[in-house]
Design a protein. Structure first.
Length: 684
């Protein structure tokens, strides 16, 4: 991550000057680093392409339809059977120039295509492998054709290359279900050499590559040291290339950002999600599908609307990130019609509004109710792009908490129409046409003098938004300003209650509104939050409880606990806490824990389960935490009001394949989050 590289650089510089060695060279490198990222930061929008042999089954296998690029593993297809797709891969409709044109017309500046996905199949002519496009009837180097088309169109070509490889004999580990693929003689270092040779081909024969986008780095065979070495190796072949954080081991789950520590990688990779706020000083790119699969799935009709996709792009740009939007081409070489239509709609919007996306920076505002903001420096000031998702009914757009003087405002779609801007207390108010010219996102271009000076609304700090007896809420505003608030939903004014450091005690359903003041003048927009009182469940009248909880252990193959209906448990017993070590095999099993939890006082309790794979938690037979499904270690939580005394608790947990884990925690009115201790767990 850039921030870390920078601090490492300062440390290196410090040490270099201390020891009298070449700090100057270091500095030169760092200056290069800044320019290396420039095109990518300016671009904001790229196309992801997931294409390979998996396009042939198109997500369907023996009656199951929820597969895509993972099909070899999710449908457990033996290697020899999967290899037969080679004979059927003949995308005669493939037209590299047509693909590149669709990306360019949509306003995308780069294309990131799977040179190799987890299945190990190469979309290009690899001398190091027989499992590539040259082994198919098509026999055309798809990446070469794309490289030429991209070069002509001025689009940057980038490669997605999987570290995990389910095909290469030296890659380890094997999938848990692969009973007939021996690991005898397999040597992981030889696989790493193979992958490096492939990458050398990709970085030698296809011109200048924009980004190398690694994935499949999470298995234990891939190490931090190998990640660092690979990063350096790639940069030695193309010094200006940009490399994502999945080359190393620092990625934090699907949220994709790099953990604290000395990890390499130039940008974070949130997958199918957008961070809540911008991340100052950190480069990131959210990748997302248009429906629910990356590779082509002919049965998946869950398409996001063009509106949602455009607003995602804007949301991401307003937080300083890039958007990598996926296409899963069909086996004949064409894009799905639904994708073509959405690209065209995005292109129509970008044609008019592209200036509000490219070369912009993150918003100086947070959480605006009507939309998003991006910004750009102009001569003598700043151009703010106000992206209006929800057009104000009274025709007035209020930009709260801004201290700068306005120069002028207009619709980006009609630069000649000047809009009236006036100051109203903390806000600049822009008079808009009665009806929005564009219901997806009409952009207002507002020029202001100087750099934006924004007083953010007070931050509302509460442990929870639901409570059972009472809740302490604190407010935080810019130093030197007052905060005034109301508890009845009305707009705070200069005579509203002045906030004091002790906080606000909330005892009933409340809408809290808070605003920053400078003397009697409003200085920020208003923040608001709703707090709800939850009723508490009565304790259960049970006696003769004994320490520990009961468990039942099951064996079988489930994807979901919600439809988990095991025939019989293979083992039963009592354990102190949610301890699942009694499993007799490492995969394909489930647990159910049942007992009572002793709650120390009346109040709202939050329960958390972190598990790999799925889990659910029930209190008094009511589902409180739903962490169901197949996934890596993921935490979910839920809140419930409980009276002092004993309550029924049940936790179910399922492990299909790969890693496992289960942790159950809680947080109460007078204690912080902790793992549920054995001292409060009982059974009858
Ligand atoms: O190429 C597409 C998918 O095939 C691929 N990434 C996108 C861009 C993908 N691979 N795996 N997954 C998606 C889901 C895998 C999730 C997990 Fe993990 C891997 C769960 C546990 C290991 C990531 C790392 C989340 C937690 C740790």
């Amino acid at each position: 991550m850039l921030k870390k590289t920078l601090s490492c650089f300062f440390l290196a510089l410090l040490m270099a000057s201390f020891f009298g060695c070449q700090g100057g060279d270091q500095k030169l490198d760092e200056a290069k680093e800044e320019t290396r990222m420039d095109w990518w930061r300016d671009a904001r929008f790229g196309m992801f392409i997931h294409w390979g042999l998996y396009a042939i089954p198109a997500g369907e296998w023996k009656g199951t339809t929820n597969h895509a690029e993972w099909i070899r593993t999710t449908a457990e297809i033996p290697l020899e059977e999967y290899d037969q797709f080679l004979d059927d891969f003949n995308p005669v409709e493939f037209d590299a120039e047509a693909w590149v044109k669709m990306a360019k017309d949509a306003g995308m500046k780069y294309i990131t295509i799977t040179s190799k996905h987890h299945d190990g199949f190469g979309l290009y002519d690899s001398k190091t492998s027989d499992f590539d496009v040259m082994a198919t009837p098509f026999k055309r180097d798809i990446l070469k054709e794309l490289a030429d088309a991209c070069e002509k169109a001025g689009i940057k070509l980038c490669f997605y290359h999987s570290i995990m490889d389910w095909h290469h004999p030296d890659y380890l580990p094997r999938r848990g279900w692969e009973k007939n693929r021996s690991t005898e003689g397999a040597e992981f270092p030889r696989y790493v050499d193979y992958m490096k040779n492939q990458l050398k081909e990709l970085l030698t024969n296809y011109g200048e590559i924009g980004v190398l986008w690694f994935d499949g780095e999470w298995e234990d065979t891939w190490t931090h040291e190998e990640g660092v070495e690979l990063y350096d190796y790639i940069r030695s072949l193309q010094p200006n290339i940009i490399i994502n954080n999945r080359v190393d081991k620092g990625r934090q789950g699907m949220q994709g950002l790099t953990a604290e520590g000395n990890f390499v990688g130039d940008f974070g990779t949130p997958e199918q999600e957008i961070p809540d706020t911008g991340l100052p000083g950190i480069d990131w790119e959210s990748c997302m599908t248009m429906n629910d699969h990356w590779g082509y799935n002919k049965n998946d009709n869950n398409w996001k609307s063009s509106k949602e996709l455009i607003q995602n792009l804007v949301d991401i740009a307003s937080k300083g990130g890039n958007f990598l939007l996926n296409i899963g081409p069909k086996a004949d070489g064409t894009f799905p019609q639904e994708s073509i239509e959405r690209l065209a709609a995005i292109g129509d919007w970008m044609n008019v509004n592209g200036a509000s996306i490219y070369e912009t920076e993150a918003s100086p505002f947070e959480h605006l109710v009507w939309g998003r903001v991006t910004q750009k420096s102009i001569n003598g000031g700043t151009r703010l792009y106000l992206h209006v998702f929800d057009w104000p009914e009274n025709g007035e757009l209020r930009l709260g908490g801004i201290r700068n003087e306005a120069i002028k405002a207009s619709l980006l779609s009609a630069a000649s129409t000047q809009l009236t801007v006036r100051r109203d207390a903390d806000a600049l108010v822009i008079e808009l046409p009665k009806i929005s010219p564009n219901s997806i996102d009409e952009v207002i271009s507002l020029d202001i003098k100087g750099k934006p000076e924004v007083v953010l609304p007070p931050e509302i700090m509460a442990d929870e938004f639901q409570f059972s007896d009472q809740l302490l809420v604190k407010l935080k505003a810019k130093d030197g300003f007052d905060v005034r608030y109301t508890l009845d939903g009305s707009e705070p004014n200069s005579s509203s209650t002045l906030y004091s450091q002790e906080g606000i005690n909330i005892t009933k359903n409340t809408v809290l509104k808070a605003k920053t003041f400078e003397g009697s003048n409003a200085a920020s927009a208003t923040s608001s939050a709703e707090f709800n009182k939850v009723s508490s469940q009565k304790a259960q009248a049970v006696s003769n409880l004994k320490s520990g909880i009961n468990y039942a252990y099951y064996e079988g193959d489930w994807d979901q606990l919600s439809n988990f209906n095991p025939l019989k448990s293979t083992k039963k017993g009592t354990v102190n806490t949610f301890d699942y070590s009694a499993h007799s095999r490492d995969e394909y099993y489930a647990f159910s824990f049942e007992g009572y939890i002793n709650v120390p006082e009346n109040g709202a309790y939050r329960f958390y389960i972190s598990s790999d794979d799925g889990s659910q938690l029930f209190i008094n037979d009511q589902l409180v935490v739903d962490n169901d499904g197949l996934h890596g270690m993921v935490e979910k939580s839920g809140l419930v009001g409980l009276e002092k005394g004993n309550h029924k608790i049940k936790v179910t947990y399922l492990q299909k394949t790969g890693g496992s884990g289960l942790e159950v925690s809680w947080k109460g009115p007078s204690f912080i989050k902790t793992q549920i201790p054995a001292s409060v767990l009982y059974h009858q």
